[in-house]
Design a protein. Structure first.
Length: 345
């Protein structure tokens, strides 16, 4: 076999079959196909050869530079998107090396571009109240949307997870759901009493009959079909406008859940399990956010305020002394910020 002479298009098709046979999700398979297809089309546009022996790190780096200049939603293509493209290409070239198409991993030394990590603030209790206030639970649509919003915020489910949540996996009396996460990994996540009430209200009063027995989703459209993730996404856009909170999106609910879970005293390892993460790296990011929120709340324990510096006149204080503080570090931060229930799983 003339391995260097194999066209890249054939190897991309082989890689797609390999990913499908390994049980990767359709979304993952399609993502790799899109990234590699874009690279192949770029090579053709440049008039560059597409045989495996003619493609390596130099060509990939030139492609990355071209990506960084492409238009995106907010000007140029975001660094996060470019980094995902690089990871996809690295995975493909690593596979080529494992399969023996190349003598070594040609992109071993290629690293994704650095990504700025902006601080994404979770929803505040006031904002959460504002969002729920614009949903009418006395209608079929409102009851469903209130239940959907509740379980996303109270169990930290991803958009794809809530869209594929099955009726048989929604245990309302026991207050937990079984969800299918990334990599086809199942996990069980509990939720609180307020969420339970919203789910029961929808399930027993407004949830329509499935249009046919094969529809097993818990959240349904008004005509009995499974509610698609795209429909939830569109509804969330409308909800953000109605509630007057433009930054609202599905993943912000998950972000808010994780932050409040920690502020309310939840365990870091339990949060990792509830979110379905394989490592603590992302969970530690939420811990950082929660710590900063708690630090802001420490304003109430300002040493200067309690010493009354600058407020004394002729040896007298212009206001009564503040009460003494008892307890540990930020003892009430979780109660004020998290509101509602305290995590106990």
């Amino acid at each position: 076999m003339n391995k260097p002479g194999i066209d890249l298009a054939d190897l991309i098709k082989h890689y797609e079959v390999h990913n499908k046979s390994e049980g990767k999700s359709p979304r993952t398979v399609e993502g790799y196909k899109e990234i590699l297809g874009a690279f192949y089309r770029w090579l053709k546009q440049q008039g560059a050869p597409t045989a495996m022996g003619s493609v390596g790190e130099d060509e990939v780096r030139a492609f990355i530079i071209e990506l960084q200049g492409r238009p995106g939603r907010h000007g140029k293509l975001s660094p996060h998107t470019v980094a995902n493209r690089v990871r996809g290409l690295r995975a493909f070239f690593a596979w080529l090396a494992r399969q023996g198409y190349t003598d070594r991993h040609l992109l071993q030394d290629l690293r994704p571009p650095k990504i700025a990590k902006p601080l994404v603030e979770p929803l505040t209790p006031k904002e959460i109240e504002q969002i729920f206030s614009v949903i009418n639970p006395k209608t079929a649509l409102g009851a469903r949307n209130r239940a959907l919003l509740s379980v996303m915020l109270d169990a930290g489910l991803r958009l794809s997870e809530v869209a594929t949540l099955k009726a048989d996996d929604t245990h309302l009396e026991e207050r937990y759901v079984k969800v299918l996460g990334k990599g086809y990994k199942e996990r069980m996540v509990g939720f609180g009493v307020a969420c339970q009430r919203a789910l029961l209200h929808y399930a027993f009063h407004f949830r329509p009959e499935p249009v046919h027995p094969r529809v097993d989703a818990f959240f349904l459209s008004l005509d009995g079909y499974a509610l698609a993730g795209s429909a939830i996404q569109s509804w969330m856009v409308r909800l953000s406008k109605t509630a007057g909170i433009p930054r609202l999106h599905p993943h912000l609910l998950r972000h808010t859940y994780a932050t409040m879970f920690l502020l309310n005293g939840g365990d870091l390892f339990l949060l990792k399990q509830n979110l379905g993460h394989t490592t603590l790296a992302m969970v530690e990011h939420y811990l950082h956010i929660a710590s900063q929120r708690a630090a802001i709340e420490s304003q109430g324990y300002s040493p200067l305020d309690r010493c009354d510096v600058g407020q004394r006149r002729n040896g007298r204080s212009s206001r009564p002394p503040l009460p003494a503080v008892a307890g540990g570090i930020y003892p009430h931060a979780g109660l004020r910020l998290g509101g509602g229930r305290r995590a106990s799983r």
